[in-house]
Unconditional design. Structure first.
Length: 161
């Protein structure tokens, strides 16, 4: 009986959210206000107790939404909130290559004035060192990111081809 109750309790928390769906949406999520709102909506049930990779994606969504806010104070507050989620995920799973990729993607696309760029080299090196350990769709996802990233040199990108 306890097992059945446990299963029923956890089913609504996941609400059919699949990491593969989130990965597909992420590269173009910031293309428009509507797409980032849709991306955020998919992650609305994610809490700090959720899968750490999903927490990082939720943080990225919050940070990206800052781009579409009107007031500077709202932009700053929203961005900082998103960064907190991402950094929480990194702190809890520092060896998770996908979380490092998410943080790198945010840092390389954030204006320097925001001063959220201190981990670019660290995350890039982590990806370079651990990429070969990955397999399947995650490995392909990382490869696609690297090939379009401005943080990797052409020589480094060649090692992913």
């Amino acid at each position: 009986m306890k097992l059945i109750l446990s299963i029923l309790f956890f089913i609504p928390l996941f609400n059919g959210l699949e990491i593969s769906e989130i990965r597909k949406m992420y590269p173009t999520a910031s293309a428009s206000e509507n797409s980032i709102k849709e991306f955020q909506s998919k992650l609305s049930e994610v809490t700090l107790e959720s899968n750490k990779t999903l927490i990082a994606y939720k943080g990225a969504a919050i940070a990206m939404m800052s781009k579409y806010l009107k007031k500077g104070t709202d932009k700053s507050k929203n961005f900082k909130e998103g960064v907190k989620w991402v950094e929480f995920a990194v702190t809890n799973q520092p060896n998770n290559i996908e979380i490092r990729l998410i943080r790198l993607s945010i840092q390389e696309n954030t204006p320097k004035i925001v001063n959220y760029n201190k981990n670019i080299k660290e995350d890039k090196n982590f990806i370079l060192e651990h990429y070969k350990e990955e397999s399947g769709s995650l490995k392909e996802y990382i490869k696609n990111f690297v090939l379009h990233s401005k943080s990797f040199s052409e020589a480094e990108k060649q090692s992913f081809k």
